[in-house]
Design a protein around this ligand. Structure first.
Ligand SMILES: C[S@@+](CC[C@H](N)C(=O)[O-])C[C@H]1O[C@@H](n2cnc3c(N)ncnc32)[C@H](O)[C@@H]1O
Length: 228
């Protein structure tokens, strides 16, 4: 864990504002890709589901989907959102780096909204991808979005500056970005294309399609992967 930031506490603190921030962002590009690539007939996991912006509309559309998140604040907001929408959701407290599910449980796993990058520590992110692989069924699909740190010069310089000012912190790696959300500090890892593809392959995923984000997702890379 990168020392200055406790992500679970951070997510608990910001959960209410985060829910408001995402209120009108439930539909859009990521959502359309889920509809296109997720296996509607099977079991779907929304890993690091946050306030349920995908879990809730997909439950409404008849997907057999459950969410996992490690922030009690995020889970509380997701439940409040579901109550408002008058639907029942399946959501559990759990850690993405060590998921309490049997091998080959799901047909589709969603790891959206840059959730992978919000897990501090390279090893933890790798463990998360390996857990996704383990709990997916054969031919199962992983849909994963990450921030692309090479989107533009300004972003590149921001990363370089943060890396240089954190040289004394051995936990801080290039691509990590400490940011403010209201009065709290969060940490995020943005990837290079090579880095995320290497991590996905190291976890044995086959990369079927790479989609570049559009509009407000223009700094994202979206991966459609499968377990062969
Ligand atoms: C950037 S938010 C995205 C939420 C949601 N996927 C979305 O698109 O709106 C990242 C989420 O990952 C969760 N998270 C971070 N690390 C986690 C971990 N190790 N295990 C489970 N959840 C985690 C946070 O609590 C937060 O809700």
């Amino acid at each position: 864990m990168t020392s200055q930031v406790n992500m679970r506490e951070f997510c608990d603190t910001i959960s209410n504002d985060y829910a408001k921030f995402l209120k009108n962002k439930t539909k859009g590009m990521e959502f359309n890709l889920i509809i296109k690539y997720a296996k509607k007939k099977g079991k779907t996991l929304d890993l690091c589901c946050g306030t349920g912006r995908y879990l809730i509309p997909l439950t409404k559309q008849g997907y057999n989907i459950e969410g996992i998140d490690f922030s009690k604040g995020m889970i509380r907001e997701a439940k409040a959102f579901a109550k408002k929408e008058n639907i029942k959701i399946k959501i559990n407290d759990g850690d993405a780096t060590s998921i309490k599910k049997k091998n080959a449980t799901y047909d589709t796993i969603l790891l959206l909204g840059d959730s992978l990058g919000s897990i501090p520590g390279k090893e933890n992110r790798q463990k998360t991808l390996m857990e996704c692989y383990r709990i997916l069924k054969r031919r199962g699909i992983l849909i994963c979005t990450v921030g692309n740190r090479n989107t533009n010069l300004r972003f590149f310089l921001q990363h370089l500056k943060q890396y240089v000012s954190n040289l004394s912190n051995s936990n801080f790696i290039y691509g990590d970005r400490i940011y403010d959300f209201l009065c709290s500090k969060g940490i995020h890892h943005d990837y290079s294309k090579n880095e995320i593809e290497e991590s996905l392959r190291k976890s044995n995923f086959k990369i079927n399609k790479i989609i570049k984000g559009k509009a407000d997702l223009n700094y994202k890379l979206i991966y459609i992967c499968s377990k062969n």
